[in-house]
Each structure stands twice: as structure tokens, then as C-alpha cells.
Ligand binder design. Structure first.
Ligand SMILES: Nc1ncnc2c1ncn2[C@@H]1O[C@H](COP(=O)(O)OP(=O)(O)OP(=O)(O)O)[C@@H](O)[C@H]1O
Ligand SMILES: *[C@@H]1O[C@H](CO)[C@@H](O)[C@H](O)[C@H]1NC(C)=O
Length: 304
């Protein structure tokens, strides 16, 4: 997604974004071929890009989402393309009473977002302050968006999620900020990340691959950052809070960071990361993904 795109941009007001996440609560998980009764059913909205976009918009950013859904969903968004050739991407999640889950993801229309769609959006991509990409669409299309942004001097924030072991090396060289979590860091580098030192190793390795700045998020521990300009790794701790549901915390962090990059570009990076940690730590104190993301008006005003 893109932010601060100026006139003609599409602001996000609602949570009516796809792909859709279906939640279904049962006391235990069904076996293959079995039908069981559940206690609760809900439909939420998600997809990493949409989550990040919503968090950024709730902080006051002017945002736009470039994506594709099935023509079966009625959405009024300039750059949300529709297709008759696939279903809207969904993640069906079944959760038992212990909180364990089974998940079936159908990427659907996400994989049909293509170069043509990007070209149609090129004006808004090139005029934005920050472009944020993930890997829930075809990786080559994500990379192309980063390249378009770079070519126009737009800041690029890349979140390699879900991670790919054989990520195209150009993703590193086209990321001003490369932000991953521990699992993604391990898939990309082969280094299991269990502590800060491991994260530092990962950071150095990703800098060598061409990133300008690497952030590894560490859950309750906050994150580790390292950059070409300041090659000494820095640990930015998170707030001590009582976590209720950490789902989507990473997207809250990325959305918040994009907001600061666009609207407070003069802030030192460490300060942006500290503030983004704070916002993500608020999101873990409420349940759900987008439903847990705080609005600017409900946050301490010294964050702005
Ligand atoms: N228990 C927690 N307490 C405080 N802050 C947290 C906690 N968990 C996550 N955070 C905040 O959220 C950020 C992202 O968390 P994390 O590294 O778990 O991302 P993630 O694994 O991508 O999230 P998820 O997959 O759960 O959506 C952290 O850097 C931190 O700022
Ligand atoms: C990191 O993000 C991935 C999605 O890309 C998720 O499956 C995984 O659980 C996350 N890891 C941690 C440690 O939260």
C-alpha cells in the first residue's frame, strides 16, 4: 500500500477490505472427513497489506491499497481491481478451545494482480511518500512495485511475509527498509532467531545482501534495527503489557512505521521504531487483527 499520495488518493475508512478471514470456534478441531458443531463464527477482514494499510490510516495517513479481489465483492476503491476469474483470497481458520488452529488459505484473486494493474496505478505509486509491499501477491509483482517506487525516489518498506526461502535477491537491493519477524528471518537466512544476538547476525547478513536498513521484530522483546548508516545493531525494547491476542501485531508495527516514514521523515529512525513498537503493543492488548488497531485519537498525543 501507499501513503500520503495527495489528491485523488483513496483513503481507507472502513474495514471492508479483502482478503477475508473467516474465524470458526470449536471445542476441538475436526478430523479429516468429520463434521462437528462449533460455538462461534465470524468474518473478519485482512490480508497483510490491508491490515498494514488500516493501521496507517487509523493514525491519520492518507493511504491507498492496490490489490485484487473477486467481482463477487462490492468494493468501491480505485485500485482494488476485480476479476471474474478467481475468488477473493480467503483464510479459513478453525480454532479450538485451547486456541490451537488449523488454517486453509486460498490466495485466489491476489495472484492475479499483475503488471497491468501496477501500470494503471503508476501515477499514485510514483507520487506517494512510502510504498509498502508484502508477499501475499505474486512476488514478481511485488518486486515490480518496489522498483517503480525506487525509480521515482519513493521510500520503500518491504515486509517479506509470508517468507520465501529463495527470495529474489533484488528484493534486498530495492528495500530502503526491510522488516521481518523471527520466523521470516530464519527462512531467509537459515539462522534460527531465539535472541537478540541471533537477530543481530540476521541483520548484518541482510545488510550485506543490499538492504539499507533491517528491522527484525521480536514480539514482546520489541525489535532489533541495523542500517548501513549505523551498522551497530540497536535493540529497541517494547512496552511491558499484558498481551491478549498478538495476531496481526507485525502488521500493526509495519503500518505504524509507514505512517512515521511518510509524515515524520525527520524523526530519527530509532524514535520511529520506538513509537511503532508502542502502537503495536497497544494492538496486542485487544483481540482480533484490524479490530485491535488503535486510532490516533485514542493514543497518547506525544506520539504525534
Ligand atoms: N507481547 C507483546 N508485548 C508488547 N509488544 C508486543 C508483543 N508482541 C508483539 N509486540 C509488538 O508487535 C511487534 C511485532 O510483533 P512480532 O514480532 O510478534 O510480529 P509478528 O510475528 O509478525 O506478529 P504476528 O505474526 O503475531 O502478527 C513487536 O515488535 C512489538 O512492538
Ligand atoms: C511471522 O510471520 C509469519 C507470517 O509471515 C507467521 O506465520 C509467524 O507465525 C510469525 N512468527 C512469529 C514468531 O510470530
Amino acid at each position: 500500500f501507499l501513503i500520503d499520495v495527495g489528491k485523488g488518493s483513496v483513503a481507507l475508512h472502513s474495514e471492508n477490505f479483502s482478503p477475508v478471514v473467516l474465524g470458526d470456534f470449536t471445542t476441538r478441531l475436526p478430523k479429516a472427513g468429520e463434521t462437528i458443531l462449533g460455538q462461534k463464527f465470524f468474518i473478519g477482514f485482512g490480508g497483510k497489506g490491508a491490515n498494514q494499510c488500516v493501521q496507517s490510516a487509523r493514525l491519520g495517513a492518507k493511504t491507498s491499497l492496490i490489490c485484487k479481489v473477486s467481482a463477487d465483492l462490492l468494493l468501491d476503491c480505485t485500485f482494488v481491481g476485480q476479476t471474474a476469474d478467481a475468488v477473493t483470497g480467503t483464510a479459513s481458520i478453525i480454532v479450538n478451545s485451547e486456541g490451537q488452529n488449523v488454517i486453509v488459505i486460498v490466495p485466489g484473486a491476489n495472484l492475479l494482480l499483475n503488471s497491468e494493474d501496477l501500470k494503471r496505478a503508476s501515477d499514485i505509486i510514483c507520487k506517494s511518500k512510502v510504498v509498502v509491499c508484502q508477499l501475499e501477491i505474486t512476488p514478481a509483482v511485488s518486486l515490480e512495485a518496489l522498483k517503480m517506487a525506487r525509480a521515482s525516489g519513493v521510500k520503500t518498506l518491504f515486509n517479506p511475509a509470508p517468507a520465501l526461502a529463495d527470495l529474489d535477491p533484488e528484493f534486498y537491493t530495492h528495500s530502503d527498509i526491510f522488516c521481518c519477524n523471527e520466523t521470516e528471518a530464519e527462512i531467509l537466512t537459515g539462522i534460527p532467531v531465539g535472541n537478540l544476538e541471533d537477530a543481530e547476525k540476521v541483520g548484518r547478513m541482510l545488510l550485506e545482501r543490499g538492504c539499507k536498513l533491517v528491522i527484525v521484530t521480536l514480539g514482546a522483546e520489541g525489535c532489533m534495527m541495523i542500517s548501513v548508516e549505523e551498522p551497530i545493531p540497536k535493540h529497541v525494547p517494547a512496552e511491558k503489557v499484558r498481551a491478549v491476542d498478538t495476531t496481526g501485531a507485525g502488521d500493526s508495527f509495519v503500518g505504524a512505521l509507514a505512517f512515521y516514514l511518510a509524515y515524520y521523515p525527520e524523526l530519527p529512525m530509532e524514535e520511529m521504531v520506538r513509537k511503532s513498537n508502542y502502537i503495536a503493543s497497544v494492538s496486542v492488548q485487544a483481540s482480533g487483527t484490524q479490530s485491535s488497531y488503535p486510532y490516533r485519537k485514542d493514543l497518547p498525543q506525544d506520539l504525534f
